[in-house]
Design a protein around this ligand. Structure first.
Ligand code: SF4
Ligand code: SF4
Length: 86
């Protein structure tokens, strides 16, 4: 599943450099996650790094982007150019 940042974000800048897919960017008011780049850290880490580091726990599953693990792995391979098996 892709994740999203809620409006409780305090713009602390901590999560953005932690994302292995460069999916996090500064939006108009708060940080946002590009759902087409978020793999929930699958392929890189065991758990979502943005959630691990966020001090106010304002990152949640995006209700409109509930992909399966296979879809997330496919996205990981697409983003990293490492083939499509797995
Ligand atoms: Fe980036 Fe991982 Fe957070 Fe998705 S879960 S936005 S890939 S750090
Ligand atoms: Fe916002 Fe949390 Fe990211 Fe900080 S770590 S910028 S509070 S989403």
């Amino acid at each position: 599943m892709a994740l999203r940042i809620t409006d409780e974000c305090i713009n602390c800048d901590v999560c953005e450099p932690q994302c292995p897919n460069q999916a996090i960017y500064m939006g108009e008011l708060i940080y946002e996650i590009d759902p087409s780049k978020c793999t929930e850290c699958m392929g890189h880490f065991d758990e979502p790094q943005c959630i691990v580091v966020c001090p106010v726990e304002c990152i949640e599953v995006h209700p409109e982007h509930t992909e399966t693990p296979d879809q997330l792995m496919a996205r990981y391979h697409q983003l990293t150019g490492t083939g499509t098996s797995g």
